[in-house]
Write a protein that binds this ligand. Sequence first.
Ligand SMILES: [Zn+2]
Ligand SMILES: [Zn+2]
Length: 262
Amino acid sequence: MTNNFPLEICVLGCGTSTGVPVIGCTCPVCNSNNPKNKRDRSSIMITSARGERIVIDTGPEFRLQMIREKVLDINAVIYSHTHADHTRGFDDLRAFNFKSKKPISCYVPIEHLEELKHNFSYAFEETDYIGSKMLIESKTLTKGTFKINDLQFDSIIMPHGNTTSRAYKIGHFVYATDFKTFPEKAKKKWKGSIDVMIASGVYFSSLPTHSSIQETLELFKELEVKKGIITHLSHRVDYDRDSSLLPENIVFAYDGMKFKVT
Ligand SMILES: [Zn+2]
Ligand SMILES: [Zn+2]
């Protein structure tokens, strides 16, 4: 495992489902010139020390994110859940197919497989379409742990409104987006073993389907996370104004943020 580390984590997008700026909104954050207030829909990219590249979620800006980060190839995609803001860039995986002529491995939690297949049926069914077809190698995640090449992952299912989302742990790094609460069992299991955790927060007041920023701060404390990064942010969060409200070891994510985890 050790020669896969350090991993480089890149925040491809850190916005909530609308993205920021929000269409038609004239609020100060949507009008802001601060690049840290411009938020694509949420996803991350993990690059191992050996150069393997894994993306968690493909939001609507996936194509633009791959161009922005000058990504030439990816090895696999993992999905957290099937909401539009996490999957709508799926079709742009084709560009990697054109280049490599090989299928891309898509790791889909079993509880979300039917919906992903329904939303992108053309990619999973035999059709008589004669154009460039997507090449997907669908891998179903039945239990918590799985491996992608030599990289060992653990995952847990989190409640997210009337659906669920999966959090992923690789080494001492966790990515957890789109949850209302964190299961007690998972808290016990992962407590004290997380150096860096990216978790969704949206904004300061409470929401029915997502944890608020306060609830996420509480979660970081409970899990004894050394460094916490809050993602999936709405236009109600101004990067500069609101950063001062966070504890010393917690920051807001921004698009293009990069760091290493050992
Ligand atoms: Zn979302
Ligand atoms: Zn969601």
